[in-house]
Design a protein around this ligand. Structure first.
Ligand code: DC
Length: 230
């Protein structure tokens, strides 16, 4: 079996990371959540008063990029690597609705993308990586052996996100989440630098009506086929 690179792209809250994490565990590959990196840079900007709903000091953030150190550390209890921003575990904080509301603005900045894409490419230098995001199959790993593009209706995605956030105790409304998802879909797919689009050679999966088990089996079979092909 050959070592491969697996790119999983799609709109927000399509369940990409759940599938990607599980796939990486089963294949004993590295899993990288590229969205977590954009979220961590956004958190840095929030903590340093560089961004809010009413302002964005983009140039200052670009100047500060040199001070932002991101790394993933494997947590054996959780079974995946958590993200650290300047040595602080921010895995939970970056999922807050406040970060979700601002992250698309940060992800539009080309200098931010350049820095993060470089680091992502380093993670995949020896293949054996499953990475999920928006531009993984188009920009980060255009030569990935397996590219998957996942989507589901905005309502289904909002419901999943709502369940996830309320389960962990966050006080959020369904409408607020749906609005945020629609807003991010729009910015992510219309921005100038690396907009979300399906790679020509990606396999499209609409998971609106698929269980997690069904999605996983589908993706696992595709990975096996790809690892066994010449
Ligand atoms: O997957 P997520 O919702 O955690 O991603 C957060 C944001 O980061 C998303 O709205 C767009 C951006 N993103 C991106 O531009 N490129 C990626 N490869 C991953 C995420």
């Amino acid at each position: 079996m050959k070592d491969i690179t697996i790119a999983i792209d799609g709109f927000s809250s399509t369940g990409k990371s759940t599938i990607a994490k599980e796939l990486a565990r089963k294949l004993e590959y590295i899993y990288v959540d590229s969205g977590a990196m954009y979220r961590a840079v956004t958190l840095y900007a929030m903590q340093n008063n560089l961004i809010s709903k009413s302002y964005f000091h983009k140039d200052k953030l670009v100047q500060d990029l040199i001070k932002i150190n991101l790394l993933f550390r494997y947590n054996s209890e959780l079974g995946f690597a958590e993200i650290y921003l300047n040595d602080v575990n921010v895995e939970k904080e970056i999922r807050n609705i406040e970060v979700s509301e601002l992250v698309s603005k940060v992800a539009e900045v080309s200098e931010v993308r350049r820095k993060l894409v470089q680091q992502q490419q380093q993670f995949g230098i020896n293949k054996r990586v499953v990475m999920d995001g928006r531009d993984i199959g188009t920009v980060v790993f255009p030569n990935a052996e397996l590219k998957i593009f996942m989507n589901a209706s905005a309502e289904k995605r909002a419901q999943r996100r709502f369940d996830e956030l309320t389960k962990r105790g966050d006080n959020v409304s369904f409408d607020e989440i749906l609005k945020n998802i629609e807003y991010r879909d729009h910015i992510d797919s219309t921005r100038e630098d690396s907009p979300l689009k399906i790679a020509k050679d990606a396999i499209f999966i609409d998971n609106s009506n698929l269980t997690l088990g069904e999605q996983f089996n589908k993706v696992y079979c595709l990975a096996q086929n790809s690892m066994n092909s010449n």
